[in-house]
Every structure is written in structure tokens, then in C-alpha cells.
Design a protein around this ligand. Structure first.
Ligand code: AMP
Length: 218
């Protein structure tokens, strides 16, 4: 697969959420929202506000351990008893990519006897085995990208940088490698800020004008 990474802005999130709010509210009146943590947490919170829903809980799924690396099967992390019997539920996630996480959560939630369930994501990739009832944008699998959502910038860039960094590299070399390897255009001032924060957190070493991985992670 051709690897592309795309930085997503807060403005874009707002547009996608506004769009799914409209689609949901035209045909469904949920009593409560279940966010799929962690990716669905922010969209679910925004939708809960836009749809006037105060009952918001979350269920944690894990699938893609490292940015753009699906680690085998999706798993559900100890969801406990949800107490959703008889409720009209809306399940919210950021994206359906393989669709495994949404399918897993959906099957689990259905077993808890809700009155009705609908699913929604901001983005839906055509290869997904699960098609949500509502989504804002459909992405052809030929245009697959790893979407760097604003709530995952540090984690994703940490993963991408650790793949890019070989020995000691200058700022411009890092910028170019991110572009060459991941098709990622990142604003220089944002990259500079991130590198500085990573240096302070000990995730990167800066000597003069070069950057490298800390000795223990090389
Ligand atoms: P999946 O089970 O493959 O549908 O995806 C599970 C979760 O992994 C999603 O809810 C996202 O948080 C994350 N994820 C999967 N694919 C992508 C992608 N292409 N870009 C950003 N995040 C993704």
C-alpha cells in the first residue's frame, strides 16, 4: 500500500461533525452516545453537544497499536456492564478503516439489549467490512491515508519520526523524509515546535543542528 499521512485540522473536524450531526438528526433520535475510545472520544463529545445529548459513555477498542500498523485483531478492553437496555444508542468513532473495531463494539453492544442502535463515523474507507449508518466522507481505498487527527498529533508524529530518523539528521532532512516516505506536508513552524517538545520529553536528542533518536531507542 502506498503510504500517505494527512494532517487534519480542527476546522475540518468541526465540518465533519456538523455534517454527521445533520445526517443523524434527520433520521434518528438517540437517547445516548457510546464513544469508541480512543479515536471516537472527541467526535462523540462534539456530537453529544450538537445533538443535545448528555448521556455519553465510552467503550475501548484497540486495533492499530502503532500508527498505520494494524496489530492483528481488534480487541475490546473490559467494557463492563453498560446498562443500555431499552435505550436508543448512537455509536461514534472517528473512522472505519478495516471496520473491525466498529463491528466488535456493535456486536457487544447489541448483546446488551438496547432498543435501537445506529453507528456513525466522520470517515469511512471503502475497504471497511462494516458500513456505518452515517458518515461524513467516504474515502476510496485507493486514496487510503493515515489521518493524523488533532488529538493524536504527538503520538502519530512520534511513530512516524522514529521510522524516519536514521543517525543524525538536520531539520530539512527530516522535513524531506516525512514528505518522501509518507507524503506528509507539515508546516515548518509546527514541526519545529513538535521537535522541541520531543526533545524536552527526551524522545529525541538535539546536538547543534541535528536530531537523532535517544541512545536507548536506537
Ligand atoms: P479499524 O478497526 O481498522 O476500522 O480502525 C480502528 C481505529 O484505528 C479507528 O477508530 C482509528 O482510531 C484508528 N485508525 C484506523 N485506520 C486509520 C486511518 N487510516 N487514519 C487514522 N486513524 C485510523
Amino acid at each position: 500500500m502506498d503510504f500517505r499521512a494527512r494532517l487534519v485540522s480542527w476546522e475540518q473536524i468541526d465540518k465533519w461533525c456538523e455534517n454527521i450531526r445533520e445526517k443523524v438528526s434527520n433520521s434518528y433520535r438517540p437517547d445516548m452516545i457510546i464513544a469508541l475510545a480512543r479515536g471516537g472520544l472527541v467526535p462523540a463529545r462534539v456530537l453529544a453537544d450538537m445533538l443535545w445529548i448528555k448521556d455519553l459513555i465510552s467503550v475501548k477498542t484497540e486495533h492499530w497499536g502503532i500508527t498505520a500498523t494494524a496489530s492483528g485483531k481488534a480487541v475490546l478492553k473490559d467494557p463492563g456492564n453498560l446498562n443500555i437496555e431499552g435505550k436508543r444508542v448512537l455509536i461514534v468513532d472517528d473512522i472505519t478503516d478495516t471496520g473491525q473495531s466498529m463491528k466488535l463494539a456493535y456486536d457487544f453492544i447489541m448483546k446488551q439489549k438496547p432498543a435501537e442502535v445506529r453507528t456513525v463515523t466522520m470517515l469511512h474507507i471503502t475497504r471497511s467490512s462494516f458500513i456505518p449508518d452515517f458518515f461524513s466522507e467516504i474515502v476510496d481505498e485507493k486514496n487510503w491515508a493515515w489521518f493524523i487527527f488533532p488529538w493524536n498529533v504527538y503520538e502519530d508524529l512520534d511513530n512516524l519520526l522514529s521510522r524516519v530518523l536514521k543517525g543524525r539528521m538536520t531539520f530539512t532532512q527530516i522535513e524531506n523524509e516525512l514528505k518522501d516516505q509518507f507524503n506528509l506536508n507539515i508546516d515548518s513552524s509546527l514541526l519545529s515546535h513538535i521537535l522541541d517538545e520531543f526533545r524536552k520529553a527526551g524522545r529525541i536528542v538535539q546536538e547543534d543542528h541535528t536530531f537523532s533518536k535517544p541512545p536507548e531507542s536506537q
